[in-house]
Design a protein around this ligand. Structure first.
Ligand SMILES: [Mg+2]
Ligand SMILES: [Zn+2]
Length: 188
């Protein structure tokens, strides 16, 4: 842990920042969800790190290359910056799948959500105080990964077919999650 631990908002990518489009290696298909750029800007302004953690098993499945994942991440970052000057501090992705595919990425790993490896790695690299950080995602595995990283990490869940209600707080939008995070910060 760094001398001055920082708080982060961990963000799922697909279905949270950009519209869900299935396995995607093409930046041209990336379209931000309404108002997310303003919400990320608000995260930046609150002094919290904005860290994306995304499962990309399309790599293990042989459908998308790692270079394509990075290009799509860059496109998300670019659109956020263009729309509202928003900044993503880091992207982490898991290219693995425990059984699908037949290359080096087909293996059990610590980073595929619902496991918390990506959050732990970010915590090590940035000196993040996980207990006082936040997760926003549209799937139960986002909540589970956050709790695997730290039981006290507060999770916000967006409506989707992948959300069966596990999140600590159900919200209608990333903007609403960020509003609630700002309230938590003002009382802690
Ligand atoms: Mg998602
Ligand atoms: Zn992995």
């Amino acid at each position: 842990m760094a001398a001055f631990p920082r708080r982060a908002v961990f963000l799922d990518r697909d279905g949270t920042l950009n519209r869900q489009v299935g396995y995607c290696g093409d930046p041209a298909r990336i379209e931000l969800i309404e108002n997310v750029a303003r919400a990320v800007t608000r995260i930046n302004e609150m002094g919290l790190l904005a860290v994306v953690v995304t499962n990309q098993s399309a790599v293990a499945r042989g459908l998308v290359t790692e270079a394509q994942v990075r290009r799509v991440n860059a496109e998300v970052a670019l659109q956020l910056a263009k729309a509202a000057g928003a900044r993503i501090d880091a992207f982490y992705y898991c290219p693995h799948h425990p059984s699908e595919g037949q290359g080096p990425f087909t293996r059990d790993c610590d980073c595929r959500k619902p496991r918390g490896g990506m959050l732990r790695r970010a915590a090590d690299e940035f000196g993040i105080d996980l207990a006082n950080s936040f997760m926003v995602g549209d799937a139960d595995i986002d909540h589970q990964a956050a709790k695997d990283a730290h039981k006290d990490l507060l999770t916000f869940a967006l409506p989707s077919g992948y959300n069966k209600g596990l999140g600590d707080v159900q919200v209608s939008s990333l903007w609403q999650a960020v509003e609630q995070i700002s309230q938590v910060l003002s009382v802690r």
